[in-house]
Design a protein around this ligand. Structure first.
Ligand code: FE
Ligand code: FE
Ligand code: MG
Length: 168
């Protein structure tokens, strides 16, 4: 364990940060799987554009999981070792895409991103000026989640607009 790197934490225990990062780590795996399976089952209008976006987001969530494990290990912690713990430790849970319609899928995915934004924003409040390395890492992830919400919302709005042209 790298002692000097841990000694720069100010007014927060490494264990506290590790636990918070592990919860976010579970969220990222669940988000990854949700995007992965959504991209396989999605049906309906503009399906190709939606699937392309879901596939990109899946890769981003997996990259976030990688970033989080790196920091957990730096802090002397152990990343969650068993997938059975993902749901019990996660902040945002998992929303199975039981309705394959693209709009239902986008709606679920938007809610997931909104939960991620809220979660990471609170995490930043906790580590601000206490753990600068974690703060920087979480800021990068948060910027991706904000972009994800916007990408999904603009796709959703395009589909709604297209549909509304036939309802006049
Ligand atoms: Fe993420
Ligand atoms: Fe995301
Ligand atoms: Mg995107």
């Amino acid at each position: 364990m790298a002692k000097r790197g841990i000694s720069i934490l100010k007014g927060i225990e490494a264990q506290t940060v590790i636990e918070l990062l592990n919860k976010a780590y579970c969220d990222e795996w669940l988000a990854y799987y949700q995007y992965f399976i959504e991209s396989k089952v999605a049906k309906g209008l503009m399906k190709d554009a939606v699937i392309a976006e879901l596939t990109l987001h899946a890769a981003d969530e997996l990259r976030h999981a990688t970033m989080l494990t790196g920091r957990i290990i730096q802090l002397g912690g152990t990343p969650i070792l068993h997938p059975s713990e993902w749901l019990t430790h996660s902040n945002c849970g998992y929303d199975a895409p039981t309705n394959p319609d693209v709009r239902a899928i986008l709606d679920q995915a938007i809610k997931g991103e909104q939960c991620a934004i809220t979660t990471y924003s609170s995490l930043l409040d906790i580590v601000r000026e206490k753990d600068i390395v974690t703060y920087d890492l979480i800021s990068q992830i948060l910027a991706d989640e904000v972009e994800h919400e916007e990408d999904l919302q603009s796709l959703f709005d395009d589909i709604e607009e297209f549909v509304s042209q036939f309802k006049q």
